[in-house]
Design a protein around this ligand. Structure first.
Ligand code: FAD
Length: 468
């Protein structure tokens, strides 16, 4: 029987990063993945394929709507969905192959099959399609089995017309009318893809705003801008059912007045969140305890109630984000060898890859109000940015929240061009506990979108933005 210092179950961004860090630290490491490709949700049916389609659809949208303004004329613009989806497949393949390469490079044993506990130190692995099981012995286990889409019990998903994000990444035609249930990150990203390609898109949301967990100002601005590409929003609507008849889907909902509303389309995307995935792990055999909402219970060191068994990523509490899972993977590997790592959960940024992009880190204005904290606000609109005017991306703003007394940056919330990258500046500043004035006094290359961060910091310190 093969013996390991660490066995990682699940090869998503939590699992594969944990495995690499374990191997770097000299631990004999195995990683178990039930699917034939590595990379988990993120690389196969999440972050990477969605961004590939977002980029493709953004090119089409720009060619269709923005090029003329730049003086570029195009005749016979077409969309070849087969090619677009195949390209996305190629992007996924390059990424998952890259993970296989990294496993080899770091001498990590990859075992394909469903991993389940025999006891706390033994894992059995059975091929997904059935067959002979193998068993390994391990000193430590890192559970990184991720999550799956939430199912609404009153909606039968046929995965052809009533679909989850996984199928939405593989539609080989432009829908005529896509009804998206849920105005969260995944729903809005997929809504953007298909609205840009010419589909009518209706977003039906239970709450009274989109991206409700982010700073409220971002949701308001995003709704306004997505409205410009034709996405319609139906807030305070409680979906009660979705049915399919041939190629037609009908979604029923109750609106705020208690009236029944019907939406008819050709696709219904159910995007109401994700739930932790632990099926098949046989956690009872190792005595691992769960907590509410199907999550594995962990302590502050990400260790379960069983010494030597850890859990990370979407399967435990906290934001369901790839970069959160990655940080936790590194954290656990370093903890196993006796180091004292640290994760600052407040500074894990949240990002939405619509256009304009949306990102936030630290406290929202609503949270600061709730805490009764005295704070200052500095805001800078992209319409006042030279770089944004040049590219024609003038929607959105950067908002900096700073402590009223000390000027320490407490939160940064952005909507605008390329701010998924720009938010890294805010994270860096906040990790070093910078004041708004610190950032305001740093040189930012001109012309860049990043200048909006500097200007918002100037605005937060005695209202002295230069270009506003
Ligand atoms: P996962 O990536 O879910 O990986 C878990 C792996 O474990 C899977 O491969 C699964 O097959 C395997 N597994 C499960 N059980 C077993 C078992 N018993 N034995 C063996 N293997 C098993 N996050 C971002 O940060 N940025 C984004 O842009 C982003 N976009 C997204 C877009 C979409 C459409 C979706 C659906 C998600 C997106 N996410 C994004 C979320 C991100 O994908 C997840 O937060 C991330 O993948 C979680 O990583 P993980 O390692 O915890 O689990």
């Amino acid at each position: 029987m093969n013996q390991y210092d660490v066995t990682v179950i699940g090869s998503g961004p939590g699992g594969y990063v944990a495995a690499i860090r374990c191997a770097q630290l000299g631990l004999k490491t195995a990683i178990i993945e039930k699917y034939p490709t590595l990379g988990g949700t993120c690389l196969n049916v999440g972050c990477i394929p969605s961004k590939a389609l977002l980029d493709s659809s953004e090119h089409y949208h720009n060619a269709h709507s923005a090029f003329a303004d730049h003086g570029i004329g195009l005749d016979n613009l077409t969309v070849d969905m087969n090619r677009m989806i195949d390209r996305k497949g190629g992007v996924v393949k390059a990424n998952v192959d890259g993970i296989s390469y990294l496993m080899k490079k770091n001498k990590i044993d990859v075992i394909t099959g469903v991993g389940s506990f025999v006891d706390k130190n033994h894992i059995s692995i059975v091929p997904r399609e059935g067959g002979e099981a193998q068993q390994i012995e391990t000193k430590n286990v890192i559970i990184a089995t991720g999550s799956k889409p939430t199912v609404l019990p009153f909606i039968a998903q046929d995965k052809e017309r009533i679909i989850t994000s996984t199928e939405a990444l593989n539609i080989r035609e432009v829908p005529k009318h896509m009804i998206v249930i849920g105005g969260g990150v995944i729903g809005l990203e997929m809504a953007s893809v298909y609205a840009r390609l010419g589909a009518k898109v209706s977003v039906v949301e239970f709450m009274d705003s989109i991206i409700p967990t982010m700073d409220r100002g971002l949701g308001k601005e995003l709704k306004r801008v997505l409205g410009k590409i034709g996405i319609e929003f139906f807030f305070s609507h409680k979906v009660t059912g979705a049915t399919r008849d041939g190629d037609t889907v009908t979604v029923t909902a109750t609106n705020a007045k208690g009236e029944e509303v019907k939406f008819e389309g050709d696709y219904c995307l159910v995007a109401v969140g994700r739930v932790p995935y632990t099926a098949g792990l046989n956690l009872e055999a190792a005595g691992v305890e769960m907590e509410e909402r199907g999550r594995i219970k962990v302590d502050e060191h990400l260790q379960t109630n069983v010494p030597g068994i850890y859990a990370i990523g979407d399967v435990i509490r906290g934001a369901m984000l790839a970069h959160k899972a990655e940080e936790e993977g590194v954290y656990v590997a370093e903890t196993i060898v006796g180091q004292k790592p640290h994760i600052n959960y407040l500074l894990i940024p949240g990002v939405v890859y619509t256009w304009p992009e949306v990102a936030g880190v630290g406290y929202t204005e609503e949270q600061l109000k709730e805490q009764g904290k005295a704070y200052k606000v500095g805001s800078f609109p992209f319409k006042a940015s030279g770089r944004a005017r040049a590219s024609g991306d003038t929607d959105g703003f950067v908002k900096v929240l700073a402590d009223k007394t000390t000027d320490e940056i407490l939160g940064v919330h952005m909507i605008g061009p390329r701010i998924a990258d720009l938010i890294a500046e805010a994270v860096t500043a906040m990790e070093f506990r910078a004041s708004a004035e610190d950032v305001a006094r740093m040189s930012h290359s001109h012309p860049t979108y990043a200048e909006a961060m500097k200007e918002a910091c100037l605005a937060a310190t005695e209202n002295r933005a230069i270009h506003m």
